[in-house]
Design a protein. Structure first.
Length: 250
């Protein structure tokens, strides 16, 4: 295997030869089927064999071992199943470019855990490694905040007003009154609006109206309108909920 070969494809192909994905999913849904106490050991050996011809440093190979070990230890032994090869390969490829201990690294690890847990494997979609690769650590933190809020039965509120010019019939200005989006913990808080747009483009989150807009008037509703108050909530979409159920700590 030449250097530069797609590791994700290589791992997925080799693991599929040894532990077909059909068997892994059957293990997850059939009572009494063979569980993965020894399958995880087989997978680790398979990965090391796949990586052997590739010029990777010992540190990278140790990283792969540590990720597998950490991910599987979260799964109760009776729930362990072999992960889908296309998830395993993509996860191991993704962590090659991600420093250890970041929010993105944790998402990859949790996704691998989900893919090896018979109680969570239905959440581990093959598209999710690619979604993780497209988000930043700041965006991962925002998704975690939305996930935490949703688990508590609430959403991240944002309330603001805009000025209205009756002559031109145009709105202008942007005056924030309430903002529960935790931008202070971000590495680049100035990118918060861009992060929101990007997560929306990925289909993971969106702003929803939490109440009807409220007209603002200088001296009562019988006077010309001077502005509007807007009520929004930042929420995970249905896709975002499914994604976070696979990549967030349980």
């Amino acid at each position: 295997m030449a250097e530069g070969t797609d590791i994700a494809v290589a791992i997925a192909t080799e693991v599929a030869k040894q532990i077909p994905v059909k068997e892994a999913y059957n293990d997850a849904v059939k009572p009494g089927a063979r569980q993965a106490g020894n399958l995880i050991e087989d997978i680790t050996k398979t990965i090391l064999l796949v990586l052997a011809p590739i010029q990777l440093t010992a540190a990278f190979q140790d990283r792969f071992r540590q990720l597998l070990d950490k991910s599987i230890r979260r799964v109760p032994e009776q729930n362990r199943v072999a992960p889908a090869p296309q998830i395993l390969g993509s996860v191991l490829d993704g962590i090659r470019y991600e420093p250890e201990g970041t929010p993105i690294d944790e998402m990859f690890s949790q996704l691998l855990t989900s893919s090896m847990d018979s109680q969570r494997v239905h959440n581990a979609h093959p598209a999710f490694p690619q979604l993780i690769k497209q988000i930043s650590s700041d965006e991962a933190l925002l998704l975690q905040a939305m996930w935490k809020a949703s688990k508590e039965g609430r959403y991240l509120r944002k309330q603001y007003t805009r000025d209205y010019d009756a002559a031109s019939k145009l709105f202008s200005g942007y005056h924030v009154e309430v903002d529960e989006i935790p931008v202070s913990g971000l590495t680049f808080p100035e990118n918060a609006d861009f992060y929101g747009q990007h997560l929306y483009a990925l289909g993971l989150s969106a702003f929803y109206d939490s109440a009807d807009q409220e007209g603002l008037y200088a001296n009562g509703r019988d006077q010309p309108q001077t502005g509007v108050r807007v009520f929004k909530e930042l929420r995970l979409t249905e896709l975002g909920q499914k994604f976070m159920s696979a990549v967030a700590p349980q």
